[in-house]
Design a protein around this ligand. Structure first.
Ligand SMILES: Cc1ncc(COP(=O)(O)O)c(C=O)c1O
Length: 425
């Protein structure tokens, strides 16, 4: 990484930061460059990234193959509208995704963020029924601890308490929250919920195997398979939100593969472009797509974000898929998983720790009490790592290419900070 001088000593007052109480927040760190698994700060420090920039940078930063693809595309055509025009990067990407995804998930609708990909999935599911004359099937069943985005339709299907949106409760549509069917009792309750609401429900939405922003909660493939089987039994569509889990994070290219299920609709984003550019995709199975084919214009999917299928982002995503083909990412995830399991095990014995959960390249330490998040975050930065706990969870989701040595720096920092919290109890 080149040694640049600090260019931005203080943040601009014009910035309004995400999830931040601007009155009391400490000054944010200023990033000036990235390389591999490191983020360089304006003060010259390098932090090892334990979060892959909100779970996106699966190949690490500045991968030359992705850079090259984006530079090449920049020369040819950085952007063109997607209404009435298509282009090769999008066509290629759509057919590659269709080939990689399970079953007949063959029809790819591009958007530019995870929340909008979920919005499109909800719209598709509702219109699937409308187009068949079932206008009353519009409600959505979601799970406790779920998180699906920050827009109004997605806020309505986040965990009502942990989803950060409780104060908007009155302003959102009333969807139906269920518990994950993790055992016989909860399975019976889930079945009863589906039986009661099937006539008015368009779809069930789930984050397969790992519920991320709602608390890094994990469930097994059998639970996911039960959800899919129940949806099938009650003829309710299943939407898999793989925005976080997609592209290797849980150990398979897509988490649904582990349960051998094919959801009716799947949402992808985050690692789709290897964390370089904003892009998302909502992919539908054949029967969903064909329900929109008609002589009647109003049966079309009426959606079209201005920057959908941005050619630069599609070029980056195609290059990212090349890397999944050419480099041993899933083997790397298996090795990371093993190391996370061993290295975070000592946390289990600390009284301040409620639970330690590992799945693929995700390691989560749930504390038994809320932490002072700002203080904990700055302790991590002082240890040379970028780890950003939320709620009661300290988690690692490093780039899949991280070396064993760098991962050790991350896990040792977690142990140090968690131990200090333990003493402070
Ligand atoms: C599972 C899941 N769905 C949807 C989203 C929303 O994505 P975005 O922040 O790109 O709108 C996120 C973001 O963290 C997510 O983890």
């Amino acid at each position: 990484m080149s040694n640049k001088n600090s260019r931005f000593p203080t943040p601009s007052d014009a910035l309004w930061l995400p999830y931040t109480q601007m009155a009391t927040a400490p000054l944010p760190l200023v990033a000036v460059a990235t390389e591999g698994v490191r983020i360089r700060l304006a003060d010259g420090r390098d932090l090892i990234d334990g979060t892959s920039s909100w779970w996106t940078a699966c190949h690490g930063y500045n991968h030359p193959h992705i850079q090259q693809a984006v530079k090449q595309q920049l020369e040819i055509m950085p952007h063109v509208m997607f209404g009435g025009l298509i282009h090769e990067p999008a066509r290629q990407l759509a057919s590659r995704l269709a080939a990689l995804l399970p079953g007949d998930l063959n029809h790819v609708f591009f958007t530019d963020s995870g929340s909008v990909a979920v919005e499109v999935a909800l719209k598709m599911a509702r219109q699937y029924w409308m187009n068949q004359g079932q206008k009353n099937r519009s409600r959505i069943i979601y799970f406790r601890h779920g998180y699906h985005g920050d827009t109004f339709a997605t806020m309505a299907i986040c965990d009502p308490d942990e989803g950060m949106h409780a104060q908007f409760a009155g302003a959102m549509p009333k969807e139906i929250m269920a518990e994950l069917p993790v055992d016989e009792k909860s399975q019976a309750a889930f079945e009863a919920c589906l039986a009661q609401h099937a006539h008015e429900v368009a779809a069930v939405i789930i984050e397969p195997l790992v519920q991320g922003a709602g608390g890094m909660k994990m469930h097994d493939a059998a639970t996911l398979a039960r959800v899919a089987a129940s949806c099938q039994r009650h003829q309710i569509l299943l939407i898999a939100d793989e925005i976080m889990t997609g592209f290797g994070r849980t150990g398979h290219l897509f988490a649904c593969e582990e349960a051998k299920i094919t959801p009716d609709i799947i949402c992808l984003s985050k690692a789709l472009t290897g964390g370089t550019l904003a892009l998302a995709a909502t992919v539908a199975r054949e029967h969903i797509f064909t329900a929109f084919l008609s002589e009647e214009p109003q049966k079309a999917l009426m959606h079209g974000p201005t920057f959908m299928a941005n050619p630069l982002a599609c070029a980056a995503a195609n290059a990212s898929l090349d890397l999944f083909e050419q480099e041993p990412r899933l083997n790397q995830v298996a090795a990371l998983s093993k190391q996370l399991e061993q290295a975070l095990a000592p946390c289990r014995w600390l009284s301040s720790v409620k639970d330690v959960r590992i799945k693929g390249a995700i390691g989560a330490v749930e504390m038994s009490k809320p932490m002072n998040l700002n203080a904990v975050r700055s302790q991590f930065a002082a240890l040379g790592v970028w780890i950003r706990p939320f709620g009661q969870v300290i988690y690692l989701m490093p780039p899949l290419v991280i070396s064993a040595q760098d991962l050790t720096v991350l896990t040792e920092a977690v142990i140090q900070v968690v131990t200090a919290l333990d003493y402070a109890q």
